[in-house]
Design a protein around this ligand. Structure first.
Ligand code: UDP
Ligand code: MG
Length: 318
C-alpha cells in the first residue's frame, strides 16, 4: 500500500473470543480484496474487544505476515456495538465496511459494496435473505424485533439487516458526532440518511466458536434499539391510564343509573373475582409502566455520566 495514512477502504471487524476465526477471516478478506481494482488501497482494522482466548495472539501472528492490518486493543470487553464504534473511529478510509469476525458475513460481498459506493451510494447495507445455522427461536425473535422497531420509530430502519455494511466518509463522520452510548448502530446509520441501498445475501453459519449474543444480551440490545429510537413505550402509561379512566368513568355512570332506578348493577353480587382481577391487572400495568420509566431513566443516567464510550489500550499497525 502506498498511502498508509489514508486508504480508500477500511474493513472494521470487532472480535471477542474469536481466536479460531482470525486466520480464516483474513484469508477470506484478502481473497475478496484481491478481486477489487488494484488502485484501491485498504486497511483491515481488527478490534480486540477484551478477548480472553487467543484472539490477540492470533492477530499479532497474522500481523507478522500481512501488511495493512491495524490492531485496536481495547482495555476490556466493551461489547459488540462499542467495539465496532472504536474500529470505525480509528478507520481512516474513504469508505468503511463493518463486518462480524465469525465469517457469518461473507467478505466476498465487499466487491458489491464497493461497486455501489462507486455509483454514489453512501450506505450499502446487507439484508439477510436467509440465515443458516440459527435456531428457530433466534430467527423468530429477530424477525419480530425488526418489525416491531419499524412500527415504533419514524426512522426507516431496514428489516432483517445487521451491521454488515459499507459507509462513506460523511456517514462515518456523522456517527463520530453521535456520542450516545447505548448504541444501536444499524439504526443510527439509517438515521443519518443520504443515499442508502440494500444488497441481499445468505448469512452463513459461524466458522468456529459460539455466539457472543446469549439471550440476555439479545434482550439488552433490543431494548437499546427501541429506547434509542422511540419514546412510544414511555407514553404507554399515559395512553393506557387515559383508556382505563375513560372506561371507569362510563362504568361509574352506569352504576349511578342503576342506583337511580333501584336496579342491581353488574358485578353487584358479593364476590372478589372482579375486584382481584382489576387490582392485579392494574398493579401489573403500573409495575410495567414503572419498569419502562426505569429503562429510559437508566439510560439517561448513563449518558449524563459522560464517561468515554470505550478505552483503547494500544493501536498497532503492520
Ligand atoms: N463481539 C464483540 N464484543 C462482544 C460480543 C461480540 O466484539 O462483546 C463481536 C463478535 O466477535 C463477532 C460480532 O461481534 O465478530 C458478532 O457477534 P456474534 O457472532 O457472537 O453475534 P451473532 O452473529 O451470534 O448475532
Ligand atoms: Mg455471528
Amino acid at each position: 500500500m502506498t498511502d498508509t495514512s489514508h486508504p480508500a477502504l477500511s474493513i472494521v471487524v470487532p472480535l471477542y473470543n474469536e481466536g479460531g476465526n482470525v486466520a480464516p477471516l483474513l484469508e477470506r478478506i484478502s481473497g475478496a480484496l484481491a478481486r477489487l481494482p488494484a488502485d484501491l488501497s485498504y486497511e483491515i482494522v481488527l478490534v480486540n474487544d477484551g478477548s480472553r482466548d487467543g484472539t490477540l495472539t492470533a492477530i499479532r501472528n497474522e500481523m507478522k505476515g500481512r501488511a495493512h492490518l491495524v490492531l485496536v486493543n481495547l482495555s476490556r470487553n466493551f461489547g459488540h456495538q462499542l467495539a465496532a464504534t472504536a474500529g470505525i473511529e480509528v478507520a481512516a478510509g474513504d469508505a468503511v465496511v463493518l463486518m462480524d469476525g465469525d465469517l457469518q458475513d461473507p467478505p466476498e460481498l465487499i466487491d458489491e459494496f464497493v461497486a455501489k459506493w462507486r455509483q454514489g451510494y453512501d450506505v450499502v447495507y446487507a439484508v439477510r435473505r436467509t440465515r443458516k445455522g440459527e435456531s428457530a427461536f433466534k430467527l423468530f425473535t429477530a424477525g419480530a424485533f425488526y418489525r416491531i422497531i419499524k412500527r415504533l420509530t419514524k426512522v426507516d430502519i431496514p428489516v432483517d439487516a445487521g451491521d454488515f455494511r459499507l459507509m462513506s466518509r460523511r456517514v462515518v463522520e456523522a456517527l463520530r458526532r453521535s456520542p450516545e452510548r447505548h448504541r444501536f448502530l444499524r439504526g443510527m446509520v439509517s438515521w443519518v440518511g443520504f443515499n442508502q441501498v440494500a444488497v441481499e445475501y445468505d448469512r452463513d453459519v459461524r466458522y468456529s466458536g459460539t455466539t457472543k449474543y446469549p439471550i440476555t444480551k439479545m434482550i439488552r440490545f433490543a431494548m437499546d434499539g427501541i429506547t434509542s429510537f422511540s419514546d412510544i413505550p414511555l407514553r404507554f402509561a399515559s395512553y393506557f391510564g387515559f383508556t382505563v379512566s375513560a372506561i371507569a368513568f362510563i362504568y361509574a355512570l352506569i352504576i349511578v343509573a342503576f342506583k337511580l332506578f333501584s336496579l342491581k348493577p353488574p358485578g353487584y353480587t358479593p364476590g372478589w373475582a372482579s375486584t382481584i382481577v382489576t387490582v392485579l391487572f392494574l398493579g401489573g400495568v403500573q409495575l410495567m409502566s414503572l419498569g419502562i420509566l426505569g429503562e429510559y431513566l437508566g439510560r439517561v443516567y448513563d449518558e449524563v455520566k459522560g464517561r468515554p464510550l470505550y478505552l483503547v489500550s494500544d493501536i498497532e499497525r503492520s
